[in-house]
Each structure stands twice: as structure tokens, then as C-alpha cells.
Design a protein around this ligand. Structure first.
Ligand code: HEM
Ligand SMILES: *[C@@H]1O[C@H](CO)[C@@H](O)[C@H](O)[C@H]1NC(C)=O
Ligand SMILES: *[C@@H]1O[C@H](CO)[C@@H](O)[C@H](O)[C@H]1NC(C)=O
Ligand SMILES: *[C@@H]1O[C@H](CO)[C@@H](O)[C@H](O)[C@H]1NC(C)=O
Ligand SMILES: *[C@@H]1O[C@H](CO)[C@@H](O)[C@H](O)[C@H]1NC(C)=O
Ligand SMILES: CC(=O)N[C@H]1CO[C@H](CO)[C@@H](O)[C@@H]1O
Length: 326
């Protein structure tokens, strides 16, 4: 009796273990199922990123926005329908770019292995490969993500932190995804590349507290310069500004240097200097080499890429990234 019970429990444990390892991402998930998949993504990126290097920033940001809403499941790619307003059509994504690029890669992998490679993995791989191809850090991208079937604009608004966030809001938002303060500092380091529209920060220049004032946490010389040369009014929604001026193409430490000079562009960047924990992480990064930053960044990216992923038999492999399979 006891023996049967014990072995029964053993079998149960074994099943649980098998079940859970089955449901993990793994490096080279497609090695058997679609051996060329990762190479197809890499080749496409390497071939096309030269003509549009700014896409690297767009794609790593897309990966972030994807992972923060229902996990990294390509829900960010789904088009709205007459009965559903999708994440794509939420205000934070107004400025996402690169959808077409992902669609083109997806059609290449579909031609090679129909119905095998998820859109979520295509985003994760293309983000990494494009950052590497433009001289940025490498990080591991274990694969095996599956695509979600739900995409809601309201959830994007609720889960993606706004540039007006304070420290507490950022900490909570990252904690909701299982990411800690170190991840917050490191992943924000992606703002060392790319651009922003004025509307993400003009409140700091023109009307911070509703009295026509500036944000005292923004360097006043920098603010004056932005007002004179870039964002000429509170409502300028067309001009774009480099977030790490002078080195917005290189994945270096200068974003963190700027933070300590009160030259971070967003309130959310500035907020990282407000807690002693995150302030000290920034100091530590600045004392280390850029290789050290890259290595630390890689760990946090891999962690972000695992957020609430769907694996095994959950979700689906979408045929077209913009539409859920019918
Ligand atoms: C910590 C919270 C974060 C906030 C509040 C935030 C906010 C923003 C905003 C408002 C923009 C500019 C959008 C525009 O006006 O065009 C932006 C751009 C960008 N963000 Fe973040 N972000 C955060 C974290 C991240 C993370 C975790 C990553 C990636 C790991 C990331 C990568 C980028 C990149 C690369 C760009 C430039 C995009 C481009 O050039 O098209 N951000 N972010
Ligand atoms: C941070 O922002 C949130 C949301 O806007 C607000 O409720 C909270 O009071 C703010 N916290 C601090 C410390 O300012
Ligand atoms: C600044 O904000 C206040 C309060 O929200 C508003 O009444 C005022 O019109 C704003 N000023 C500008 C220039 O938009
Ligand atoms: C930008 O601002 C103009 C004028 O204020 C407005 O008509 C337009 O709809 C805005 N565009 C976006 C994308 O918000
Ligand atoms: C999704 O929407 C975009 C932009 O509106 C459109 O160009 C594309 O054809 C749509 N994709 C599908 C598969 O419906
Ligand atoms: C790229 C993209 O789909 N952007 C959409 C984001 O949401 C706005 C509405 O808030 C749409 O107008 C954009 O087309």
C-alpha cells in the first residue's frame, strides 16, 4: 500500500517535472523543427539593417512593449478588428515602428516551415539580431514562445509605463512582470539608442505643474536648448529628439552619465536617480566598463524575454502576425 502510494507520488512528481521542463524556453528550440529559422531572421536583419539602422531601437522597444502586456506573446502585433481595439492602437504604441519588418521576416520563415515559428520568437530574435548588427550587446534568446490570441488596447495603457512615471510607479510596473530594480536600471539603458517625440517630455519644458514652469529635475541649460532648437511648443507632436544626444547610435554608458547630469529626457529616466538603490546601480555601472554594462544588460534582456511566456501547447503559432488564426 505504502509502496504504491510512494511510487504514485514519485510518478506524479516526475510528470510535474516533465511538464514544467517541457514548458520552458530553450536555446535552439527550432534546431529540429525548423533548422534554418534563426538563421533566416539573422540574415534578413543583417541584410536590411544597414539601410535602416534606427530600426534596432524600434525593435528592442517593440519587444519590451510586447513582453509587458500578457507576456512576450506577440500580442503587440495584432491588428484591431471591428469588435476589438488592439494593443497596437493604444497611445503608448503610437510611436512603435517596424511592424512591416517583422511581417517580412515572418513570411520568410513561414515559407520555410509553415506554422512552426511563432511571431513572438521572431520579435525576440529580430530585436537581438538588430541590436547586435548595429554594434550593441549580444544576449541569449532562448526560443519556444507561442503567440497569444488576445490583444487589448486598454491593457497596453495599463501595463506599459508612461514617460511621466515616478520611481514608485516604475518599480511597481516592473515588479508586476517579475523584474527588479536592477533590471529597471539596466533595461532603461536601452535609451542609449533611439529617439523620442517631443510630446513624451514637453511638459517638463513648458508646463510642469500647470504654472507654465519647468521641471527642476531637468538641467536648465538642456531644457533651454531643447525649447530653442527642438520642441518649440508644448504640443509639438512631430519633432523627434535623440534620447542620448551625440551618441544615439552607440550602445554605450553615456545614457547613465547624462542621468547624473540631470539630462535624462523623461521623468521616468530622471526617476532612476531618485532612489538610493537605483542611484547606486547607476554609479556602479559607470565605474565599470561598457563590456560590463553589456553583460549585465544581456542578463536582464534574457529575463525580460521570459516574462509570462506561453509555451508547450498554450497559445498558437499565428500564420500572419497581425491576425489571430481563425
Ligand atoms: C522604464 C520604463 C520606460 C519608459 C517609461 C519608456 C518610455 C519611452 C518613451 C516615451 C519613448 C519615446 C517614444 C516616442 O515618443 O517616440 C521610448 C523610446 C524608446 N524606448 Fe523606452 N521606456 C521604458 C523602458 C524601456 C525598455 C525596458 C526598453 C528596452 C529594453 C526601452 C527601449 C526604448 C527604445 C530603444 C526607444 C527608442 C525607440 C525608437 O527610436 O523608435 N525602453 N521609451
Ligand atoms: C507616483 O505617481 C503615482 C501615479 O501618478 C501617484 O499616485 C503617486 O502619488 C506618485 N508617488 C510619489 C511618491 O510622488
Ligand atoms: C498649463 O497647465 C494649466 C493647468 O493644467 C493649463 O490651465 C494651462 O492652459 C497650461 N498652459 C499651456 C500653455 O498649455
Ligand atoms: C498632432 O497635433 C496636431 C495639431 O495639434 C493634430 O491635428 C494631430 O492630430 C496630432 N497628431 C497626433 C498623431 O496626435
Ligand atoms: C494590419 O494592419 C496594417 C495597418 O493598418 C495593414 O497594412 C495590414 O495589411 C494588416 N494586416 C493584416 C494581415 O490584416
Ligand atoms: C503603428 C500603429 O499601429 N500605430 C497606431 C497606434 O495607435 C494609434 C491610436 O491611438 C493609431 O492611430 C496608430 O495607427
Amino acid at each position: 500500500m505504502g509502496g504504491i502510494r510512494v511510487s504514485g507520488i514519485l510518478v506524479l512528481c516526475l510528470l510535474v517535472v516533465i511538464g514544467s521542463t517541457d514548458a520552458q524556453l530553450q536555446l535552439g528550440f527550432y534546431t529540429k523543427k525548423c533548422p534554418k529559422a534563426e538563421k533566416i531572421v539573422k540574415n534578413f536583419v543583417e541584410e536590411h539593417i544597414r539601410n535602416a539602422p534606427s530600426l534596432a531601437a524600434a525593435l528592442i522597444r517593440m519587444h519590451f512593449h510586447d513582453c509587458f502586456v500578457r507576456g512576450c506573446d506577440a500580442s503587440v502585433l495584432v491588428n484591431s478588428t471591428s469588435s476589438n481595439q488592439a494593443e497596437k492602437d493604444a497611445p503608448p504604441n503610437l510611436t512603435l515602428r517596424g511592424f512591416d519588418f517583422i511581417d517580412r521576416i515572418k513570411s520568410l520563415v513561414e515559407a520555410q516551415c509553415p506554422g512552426v515559428v511563432s511571431c513572438a520568437d521572431v520579435i525576440a530574435l529580430a530585436a537581438r539580431d538588430s541590436v547586435v548588427a548595429t554594434g550593441g550587446p549580444f544576449w541569449n534568446v532562448p526560443t519556444g514562445r507561442r503567440d497569444g490570441v488576445i490583444s487589448r488596447s486598454s491593457e497596453a495603457l495599463a501595463s506599459i509605463p508612461s514617460p511621466f512615471s515616478n520611481f514608485t510607479t516604475l518599480q511597481t510596473s516592473f515588479a508586476n512582470q517579475g523584474l527588479d530594480l536592477k533590471d529597471l536600471v539596466l533595461l532603461s539603458g536601452a535609451h542609449t539608442i533611439g529617439v523620442s517625440h517631443c510630446t513624451s517630455f514637453t511638459n517638463r519644458l513648458y508646463n510642469f505643474t500647470g504654472k507654465g514652469d519647468q521641471d527642476p529635475d531637468l538641467n536648465s541649460q538642456y531644457a533651454a536648448n531643447l525649447k530653442a532648437k527642438k520642441c518649440k511648443s508644448l504640443s509639438d507632436n512631430t519633432t523627434i529628439v535623440e534620447m542620448d544626444p551625440g551618441s544615439h547610435r552607440s550602445f554605450d554608458l553615456s545614457y547613465y552619465t547624462l542621468l547624473l547630469k540631470r539630462r535624462g529626457l523623461f521623468q521616468s529616466d530622471s526617476a532612476l536617480t531618485k532612489s538610493s538603490t537605483t542611484y547606486n546601480y547607476i554609479k556602479q555601472l559607470l565605474q565599470g566598463s561598457s563590456q560590463n554594462f553589456h553583460a549585465e544588460f544581456a542578463k536582464s534582456m534574457e529575463k525580460m524575454g521570459r516574462v509570462k511566456v506561453k509555451t508547450g501547447s498554450s497559445g498558437q503559432i499565428r500564420k500572419h502576425c497581425a491576425v489571430v488564426n481563425s
